[in-house]
Design a protein around this ligand. Structure first.
Ligand code: NAD
Ligand code: UGA
Length: 470
């Protein structure tokens, strides 16, 4: 018998790319519920709270408008984690779960320290019946770990808190977060306790049609998230592999994508070739799946999924090598302009961006790199390049600069590489750019967004991923 739990106050631990937008949308759609977003990172919370600046810590189309409407009414950002946990009927754990850098499973397993720390804080400060929801992407059977931590505290403490644990993975994609949250393909809830499942389902039913709410057991829910990302990444690697075959045979990737995508069983989405998948999750989640397979001795499955990642890295290096080859086998002291550093358009996120790896390759070959992006800051690029240097132990040249002025970036450059599909790049004054560059002037369009006929008119040499040589 389902006993209705009425949620009045929820708390989200983690004010990042998922926690921030997801809670903003919940606050907007559920005006009667108090939504607190907490984080240990004070700077991040301060930027979410900044009234003057229009710049939130993350860029997402339409996020700012929603935050302006609900912040201070029923949406609050705070570092007072203890109080907000104590007040909450339901707590989302939405902290980062990066790949482990050292120790057992390093390079594959998820680093669970932030999730465990969150569970321990919840166990310490929660009061009354509290629903704890895994929003972060987690290895299958993490709910068991969380349960163990929470039940320990129930045994130990006298505050009479008791817990129900649910899995409710997030499927939003960056740059489309608000659209995805407002109109999700599905909301997945995994768990055992029917009252808790119903309480979370009721929250979503404020704006999500009931038929889109899928209920499963908790392990299916955890695994479905990893599997969904693995399938999506696999499609990107598949189309990028076909792009290479196109270049070798004279087929055109844009035509092939369209031709295969019209088969309703295949579908047209996620068939755009590019510089390889980036973003914080595809690689990490597949590695997690590979680790899980190996743990259960499922080695053929592990190898199968691992190949998606190996291919992605290989594909990025193929692009770097091709650029060097086209620029007469030598790019030492040649100026190369990078257009786009975010891992995809409409986000300022650079995690695992293909630009990081391609810029690293070109710097190693001695090029002078001028980087442009509409949303990424110089400080972020600096951090990304230094991190990579630290991880690969390769002493890399620092011969790069960041410039918001595109024309300054292309002045005297031998080549432009389009790495992020920012809409604005399609509409630049390419005639003007042609006059500023050294000849021969190369454009490497890894996203297939530019008008090749127009560029040819201005005398550019153009290479487009997956398209026949011009
Ligand atoms: P993020 O790094 O942007 O944000 C995580 C936040 O958690 C950080 O601000 C960090 O300071 C905070 N945090 C860490 N430990 C904490 C603690 N003990 N107490 C309080 N705060 C703490 O990460 P994200 O991109 O929002 O991803 C979060 C999770 O969601 C990950 O598991 C990720 O795989 C998953 N996910 C991400 C996306 C995406 O588009 N980025 C989409 C779906 C799922
Ligand atoms: C992805 C998934 O799409 C989300 O459902 C999931 O919630 C999220 O990961 C996550 O778990 O973090 P995201 O990484 O934000 O979202 O962005 P995507 O749009 O999936 O793009 C990922 C990468 O694949 C990007 O580098 C993008 O440029 C590339 N891509 C995507 C292609 O090269 N071609 C395509 O056709 C689609």
């Amino acid at each position: 018998m389902i006993e209705r739990i009425k949620l009045k106050n929820i708390c989200c631990i983690g004010a990042g790319y998922v926690g921030g937008p997801t809670m903003a949308v919940i606050a907007k759609e559920c005006p009667n519920i108090i939504v607190n977003v907490v984080d240990i990172n004070k700077d991040r919370i301060d930027s979410w709270n900044q009234i003057e600046s229009k710049e939130l810590p993350i860029f997402e189309p339409n996020l700012n408008e929603i935050v302006q409407k609900v912040r201070g009414k029923n949406l609050f950002f705070s570092t007072d984690i203890k109080t907000k946990i104590a007040e909450a009927d339901l707590i989302f754990i939405s902290v980062n779960t990066p790949t482990k850098e050292k120790g057992f499973g390093a390079g594959q397993a998820s680093d669970m320290r932030f999730v465990e720390a969150s569970a321990r804080t919840v166990s310490e400060y929660a009061t009354g019946h509290t629903i704890v929801v895994e929003k972060s992407t987690l290895p299958v059977r993490t709910a068991e770990v969380i349960k163990t931590i929470l039940n320990e505290s129930v045994d130990r403490k006298s505050n009479k808190a008791n817990f129900s644990i649910l899995s409710n993975p997030e499927f939003l994609s960056e740059g489309n977060a608000i659209k995805d949250l407002l109109h999700p393909d599905r909301v997945l809830i995994g768990g055992e306790n029917e009252d808790a499942i119903e309480a979370l389902a009721m929250l979503y039913k404020n704006w999500v049609p009931e038929e889109k709410i899928i209920k499963t057991n908790i392990w299916s829910s955890e695994l479905s998230k990893l599997a969904a990302n693995a399938f999506l990444a696999q499609r990107v690697s598949s189309i990028n592999s076909i792009s290479e075959i196109c270049e070798a045979t004279g087929a055109e990737i844009s035509q092939v994508s369209k031709a295969i995508g019209t088969d309703t069983r295949i579908g047209s989405k996620f068939l755009k070739s590019g510089p390889g998948f980036g973003g914080s999750c595809f690689k990490k989640d597949i590695l997690n799946l590979v680790y899980l397979c190996r743990y259960f001795n499922l080695n053929q499955s592990a190898n199968y999924w691992e190949q998606i990642i190996l291919f992605n890295s290989w594909h990025q290096q193929r692009i770097s090598k091709l650029i060097v080859r086209k620029l007469l086998g030598n790019i030492a002291n040649k100026k190369i302009a990078i257009f786009g550093f975010a891992f995809k358009a409409n986000t300022n996120d650079t995690r695992e961006s293909p630009s990081i790896y391609i810029v690293k390759d070109l710097l190693e070959e001695g090029a002078i790199i001028n980087i442009h992006d509409y949303k990424v800051s110089k400080e972020q690029i600096d951090k990304d390049l230094k991190n990579l240097q630290k991880n690969t132990q390769v002493q890399q040249s620092n011969n790069w600069c960041f410039n918001k002025d595109l024309l300054e970036n292309v002045n005297d450059a031998d080549a432009i590489i389009i790495l992020t599909e920012w809409e604005e790049y399609k509409h630049l004054n390419w005639g003007n750019i042609a006059t500023l560059m050294r000849k021969p002037s190369w454009i490497f369009d890894t996203r297939g967004i530019l008008d090749s006929d127009l560029l040819k008119k201005f005398g550019f040499k153009l290479w487009t991923l997956g398209e026949p040589e011009q």
